[in-house]
Every structure is written in C-alpha cells, then in structure tokens.
Design a protein around this ligand. Structure first.
Ligand code: GDP
Ligand code: MG
Length: 296
C-alpha cells in the first residue's frame, strides 16, 4: 500500500502563491450614454467589494464620460490582493450613423491582447505579465421593455467573439416587476434567435455540474441592475440606494434588484472562470490569428 504523497497540498501551495502575487481582474462597461454605466462602476467600488478601501473619495460627481478610461483599486480580503480595474467607456450609438460605433471598444480590447502577446513573446519575459485584458464586458441594455435595438444586437454579435459579454438591464428601477420579468424573457429569446453567445457560453460548460449551475444563471440573465453612489439610512443601516418619493431602492438588496447577484456571479463564483475563458479562448483566438498573419 502506498503512503500519502501529499498531492492535495497543491491547493495550499496555490493559495500561498496567490496570496503573494495577487491577481488582476478587469471589467469593462459599455452601452448607450446615460444608462448608468459610470454610476454602476462607482456602485461596484463603493459596495462591499471595497467598502474598506480608503482611497475612494465619496463625493465625486460623475462627469460625462468622453473617452475610454480605467479606474483601478487594489482590494484585499483575507490576505489576498485583487487589482480590480473597471474600464469605463463613452456611450455609443448617439450618432445618426452608428456603423462601426463599437470599433473603438473592439480596438481597446484587442490592444490589451496585443500587449499581453508582446510580453509573452519577449525574450526577457516578465515572471508575471501584468494582465490588462478585459475579462468581462458588461453590456447595458436600455430598460425600454420592448426589443433590443439593432445596435445592441450588432454590438453583442461582434464583440461576443472577442470578449466575455454579460448583458445587464440598466436602471431596472424604472420597470415594474411584471415588465422586468417579461423584458428579461424577451431579451433572452432575442439573443438566442440572433445566435449571440453571452457568458457563460454553453460550449464551455465542463461537466453536468457546471451545466446545471450555469443553466440557472442563463435563466436569470440579463441581470436587472440599479446603480447608485449615494448612501441612505435604512433601518439604522447605511445602504447604497436611490431615494424616491415612495422609499429607497437599495442597490445591494436582492429583493430590490440584481446588482448583488451580478457582483457575486462575477466575483464569488465565476471570477476564475472568466479569467480562464479570457485566456484560453478569447486571447488564444487572437494569438493564433496574429501569429498566423505574421507567418503567412
Ligand atoms: P453613463 O452615461 O452610462 O455613464 O450614465 P451615468 O452613470 O452618467 O448616469 C446617467 C444618469 O442616470 C445619472 O443622472 C444617474 O444618476 C442616473 N442613473 C444611474 N443609474 C441609475 C439607475 O440604476 N436607475 C435610475 N433610475 N437612474 C440611474
Ligand atoms: Mg459614463
């Protein structure tokens, strides 16, 4: 009988490594202007993800976003450091002619792949390549209650081939409960009809457990979110919310909206997978194409 070798210590070894080096995680927000992208970025940083990070000034007014701009914060929990970067983009689709309006966003995404590739093929390769690749792209859908716009479809069709897309219904506090359920259904249907594969893509479910977990998520998508960077006192607790004539919409209360569901999905359950799909599928596709182009 063989003795214990200690193969299972790899988990502890990986934990120690991660504690030492930390890791990068990059989220991008895109969609028409005015849908609350910049606000949601603030919500994310101000919410429990980084309640303890002191560097965030509380009363910054959100200016209109005019260029692609990223904000990073190093967040530490349980000794593990995550450098969270959120890439904010100017709204698109405001022009009369919206052909290729996603080009600057696609360009940005590809530039990050290119940067990583350059580092990888470098002779004096860094021990750890800084990772600026977009691990997930939150696509903001206008809460019309009607259909997706042609632009939404074109964008997601094009970009879902290069980046993990997670669609969200913006400003969902403007929809009634029935409207929300119906709209979510409609969007799912339209995405399916158009053949748009959002994250988590079915083809990358690794086993039946993955499949059943992810099916549940796919059935609740797109997450109906509400953003805010203002705090209010509710039942003696300070909460992020939107104050209305009939009460406070609490953004982190799962009974009020799906912001915390989205956050848990991106961070607590699928962060590692988002990174892996980005590296193994999206980046790999880019890399293969680039190296082929060069060779031919
Ligand atoms: P962006 O252009 O997509 O970055 O949108 P902003 O974050 O600048 O927000 C545009 C306006 O919408 C601001 O007045 C926000 O206060 C408001 N807003 C942002 N998020 C929400 C939301 O979830 N619900 C509602 N009702 N308004 C929101
Ligand atoms: Mg903005």
């Amino acid at each position: 009988l063989l003795g214990y070798i200690g193969i299972d210590t790899i988990i502890e070894q990986m934990r120690k490594k991660t504690m030492k080096t930390g890791f990068d995680f990059n989220i991008m927000v895109v969609g028409q202007s005015g849908l609350g992208k910049s606000t949601l970025v603030n919500t994310l940083f101000k919410s429990q993800v980084s309640r303890r990070s002191a560097s965030w000034s509380r009363d910054d007014k959100i200016p209109k976003t005019v260029e692609i701009k990223s904000v990073s914060h190093v967040i530490e929990e349980g000794g593990v450091k995550m450098k969270l970067t959120v890439v904010d983009t100017p709204g698109f689709g405001d022009q009369i002619n919206n052909d290729n309006c996603w080009a600057p966003i696609s360009k940005y995404i590809n530039e990050q792949y290119e940067k990583f590739l350059k580092e990888e093929v470098n002779i004096a390769r860094k021990k750890r390549i800084p990772d600026t690749r977009v691990h997930c792209c939150l696509y903001f859908i206008s809460p019309t209650g009607h259909s997706l716009r042609q632009l939404d479809i074109e964008f997601m069709k094009n970009l879902s081939r290069v980046v993990n897309i997670i669609p969200v219904i913006a400003k969902s506090d403007t929809l009634t409960l029935e409207e929300k359920i119906e709209f979510k259904q409609k969007v799912r249907k339209e995405l399916e009809v158009c053949g748009i594969e959002c994250y988590p893509q079915k083809e990358f479910d690794e086993d039946t457990e993955d499949k059943s977990d992810n099916d549940k998520i796919r059935e609740t998508m797109p997450f109906a979110v509400v953003g805010s960077d203002k705090e209010y006192q509710v039942n003696g607790k300070r909460v992020l919310g939107r104050k209305t004539a009939w009460g406070v919409v609490e953004v982190e209360n799962p009974n009020h909206c799906e912001f915390s569901l989205l956050r848990d999905f991106m961070i607590r359950s699928h962060l590692q997978d988002l990174k892996e799909v980005t590296h193994n599928i999206q980046y790999e596709t880019y890399r293969a194409r680039r190296l082929n182009d060069n060779g031919g």
